[in-house]
Design a protein around this ligand. Structure first.
Ligand code: DON
Length: 560
């Protein structure tokens, strides 16, 4: 008896050791950080069945489309920043939505020159042509090792069998209950008998499952061509939207070189236009590099960071838009000299009023939604992906029986110069609506690499994405120890040129901090809620360890 017990225990230990050695990335230690445990699990499943980081990215993105439909989905778009370990190839896969051909400025602006924001925010008129289905196919086909169908399988399962709504889902559905009720398909897909769902309610999406299965069987093309596309365009059109079949047929993913620069020796690889993220980060970090931050008090460091952001976001407003439609002075905006000349106007003791830079106005906002995930696989391939339907549940419009919830990214265009959008961002004709054009984004999937290791990070948060990523980079580069949990949890401050104020998270900064900023002439406004849902993965070059961290805000139910 005794011998048997010992040998069973021995076999058990042996089995456990073998499992940990043979399985390159076990589920719980897999190098994926995403906004939802079920999406992370989907990615880990793909890694452990022989997929690489790119296959896992397809699985995570598709799973997020199911379990976080308020944030991203196949009716939306986004960006995938990729690093291939075998040859260090890096590329930015731009799957941003495009404006339909029939989208004109006149459609979104009334006779008195006022922006018709409902038209750009709600219902089918708000939707750009989605990029995510094309991107899933593109990333799987070009960079993955597994068939698309394999990587989509976990998402299909989740859509078919359902998943329990978590606190974030419940609060998103409460926030958008009125909008979702206006569209019968959206109400059926996302509400509980026409009401916001309670946590634990099982969300089942059979129609979305069918569409995902179509992508798995026929590839991304099936979304953009043939019967499905014809029906999709027709459904949008008959509900008053602007889509034509040809808009879908003409949609293309674009591969772009990422924005690359160094900050105090760390190599930053990040988002190029049509995201403003990379150029705003480059300008802000070049300005900060010319300042001896280590010799400053904590509040003086923030003063410089805020002034750097103010200048970076100012250039976002006046120069940036889709580079295929507008001649953005990219070389200038990416240059150290230019940034440092702009930085020279920073007064160490006083805020620079934004009105000294350019006239403009602020206005009211509501929230938005988006998702980010980061991946490093055992071979060192990396993915940083930020995906979005824009506002929570996007346009609130589900296209017929496709299960596809459409984005409201038309609102990321500038409808009227100087008039703020959902995120209080102003802009110029660089980002005006034109058929086929991509709206300017702030989404900033980013890699940071130095002697210590490689950090993959990003977050949702509308216009605040760039300031959050900036603060994440400053934490990583300027703090002596890497601490991912600290990095994703740190209290956030934000300045975006207009409105001219530092916005801070509630509870994040003590009164003396606020007083010190006010003493320099800054207006400090406490936000109504915390923001962001940062997802970070770090590969330590010395130990080889891969660590992940998810923002505690997302874990605790904060929506965006
Ligand atoms: O592309 C952009 O910048 C926005 N549509 C992102 C929206 C977003 O992050 C909303 N999440 N909170």
């Amino acid at each position: 008896m005794k011998t048997t017990r010992i040998s069973i225990r021995f076999l058990l230990v042996l089995a456990l050791v073998a499992a940990s050695v043979l399985r390159p990335v076990a589920a719980q230690e897999c190098g994926i950080a995403s906004a939802h445990a079920l999406a992370t699990k989907a990615g880990c499943e793909i890694l452990s069945s022989g997929g690489n980081a790119f296959d896992a990215a397809v699985a995570v993105a598709a799973a997020l489309a199911v379990v976080e439909p308020f944030a991203s989905g196949i009716g939306g778009g986004g960006f995938f920043l990729l690093h291939r370990a075998s040859d260090h190839f890096e590329v930015f896969v731009d799957a941003r939505e495009t404006a339909p051909t029939r989208a004109t400025r006149e459609f979104f602006v009334d006779e008195n020159g006022q922006a018709k924001q409902k038209v750009s925010l709600e219902g089918p008129t708000a939707a750009g042509i989605p990029g995510e289905p094309a991107a899933l196919d593109w990333v799987a086909g070009r960079y993955g090792k597994l068939p698309l169908a394999r990587s989509l399988a976990p998402a299909i399962r989740l859509a078919e069998r359902g998943f329990p709504a978590d606190a974030r889902y419940a609060s998103a559905s409460a926030l958008r209950e009125a909008l979702l009720k206006k569209n019968a398909e959206a109400a059926t897909s996302f509400l509980d008998n026409g009401k916001a769902v309670a946590p634990g309610f099982v969300v089942i999406q059979p129609q979305l499952a069918r569409t995902l299965r179509m992508l798995a069987d026929q590839g991304g093309r099936a979304f953009y061509r043939g019967d499905f596309a014809r029906k999709l365009a027709q459904t949008v059109k008959s509900a008053g939207g602007l889509w034509e079949l040809s808009d879908l047929e003409n949609y293309r993913v674009i591969e772009r070189p990422p924005v690359k620069f160094t900050y105090r020796g760390a190599r930053i690889t990040t988002a190029p236009l049509p995201s403003s993220g990379g150029l705003v980060l480059a300008q802000s970090l070049f300005i900060l590099e010319s300042v001896n931050l280590a010799g400053l008090s904590a509040t003086d460091r923030v003063h410089y960071a805020v002034e750097a952001m103010r200048r970076g976001y100012h250039d976002r407003a006046r120069y940036m838009g889709d580079p295929d439609f507008f001649a953005v002075p990219v070389a200038k905006l990416a240059s150290r000299d230019y940034a440092q000349r702009r930085g020279a106007s920073i007064d160490p003791a006083h805020a620079t009023p934004s009105s000294d830079l350019l006239q403009g106005a602020g206005a009211a906002d509501e929230g938005g939604d988006t998702t980010h995930f980061s991946i490093i696989d055992a071979d060192g391939n990396r993915v940083a992906a930020t995906l979005s339907v824009n506002g929570p549940f996007g346009s609130g419009f589900v296209a017929g029986d496709t299960g596809v919830l459409l984005n409201n990214h038309m609102d990321d265009f500038v409808l009227v110069p100087g008039v703020p959008n959902l995120y209080k961002l102003v802009g110029s004709r660089a980002n005006a609506i034109e058929p086929g054009k991509r709206p300017l984004s702030s989404m900033s999937p980013t890699f940071v690499e130095d002697d210590r290791g490689v950090l993959v990070l990003g977050t949702p948060g509308g216009s605040r994405i760039i300031s959050m990523v900036l603060e994440g980079i400053l934490d990583y580069v300027d703090q002596p120890q890497t601490d991912l949990a600290r990095l994703v949890a740190a209290p956030r401050f934000h300045h975006q040129y207009l409105p001219d104020r530092i916005e801070i998270e509630p509870g994040g900064f003590p009164d003396p901090w606020v007083d010190a900023m006010k003493a320099k002439g800054h207006v400090v406004e406490v936000g109504r809620r915390k923001w962001g849902n940062m997802q970070a993965v770090f590969a330590d070059k010395k130990t080889g360890r891969i660590e992940t961290a998810s923002d505690p805000r997302g874990q605790s139910g904060v929506l965006f």
